[in-house]
Design a protein around this ligand. Structure first.
Ligand code: FEO
Length: 170
């Protein structure tokens, strides 16, 4: 059984991850309405992965005999100031999530909760990747500038992203 400070913090993170999923879904719709199907696909898959991040926490809490306490998910933003604004917001959001994970690790350390500390290492690695992915798209957008052809190519590239379900233990 987890200490209450740890389980409360992990429950809060479930909400953060579900909000992330909601936010990226909203971004996916925004891109779709702009005719950028590749960007929309990338964001839709991002949203699915965020749900997986929430479920991993959900399952961990249950595996520890702790309570899952689901809260209201706040409404995400719906409008942005163009493509770059969305990706900048994505990077900013991922930096916020990285900070949340770091805070969770601090709590696990403070409570000498080794199991949760180990569990959180997956999220530490994931956050490096999450920030890198957003930064990569942002760098490409910088290079593209005003070129419609290059934007079309990037959109085609982002359309290739496929969802990989997490490996679950039988
Ligand atoms: Fe679950 Fe993108 O952080």
């Amino acid at each position: 059984m987890l200490k209450s400070k740890m389980s409360e913090a992990l429950n809060k993170q479930i909400n953060e991850e579900l909000y992330s999923s909601y936010l990226y879904l909203s971004m996916s719709a925004y891109f779709d309405n702009m005719g950028l199907k590749g960007f929309a696909n990338w964001m839709r898959i991002q949203a699915m992965e965020e749900r997986d991040h929430a479920m991993k926490l959900f399952d961990y809490l249950l595996s520890q005999g702790s309570e899952v306490d689901l809260k209201e998910i706040k409404e995400p933003q719906h409008k942005w100031n163009g493509i770059k604004d969305v990706i900048e917001a994505t990077l900013e959001h991922e930096q916020h999530i990285t900070q949340c994970i770091n805070d969770l690790v601090d709590i696990a350390e403070e409570l000498k909760d080794r199991a949760t500390y180990n569990f959180l290492q997956w999220y530490i690695d994931e956050q490096v990747e999450e920030e890198e992915n957003a930064r990569e798209i942002l760098d490409k957008l910088e290079l593209i500038g005003d070129s419609k052809d290059a934007l079309f190519m990037l959109d085609k590239d982002l359309a290739q992203r496929v969802y990989t379900p997490p490996i679950t233990q039988a």
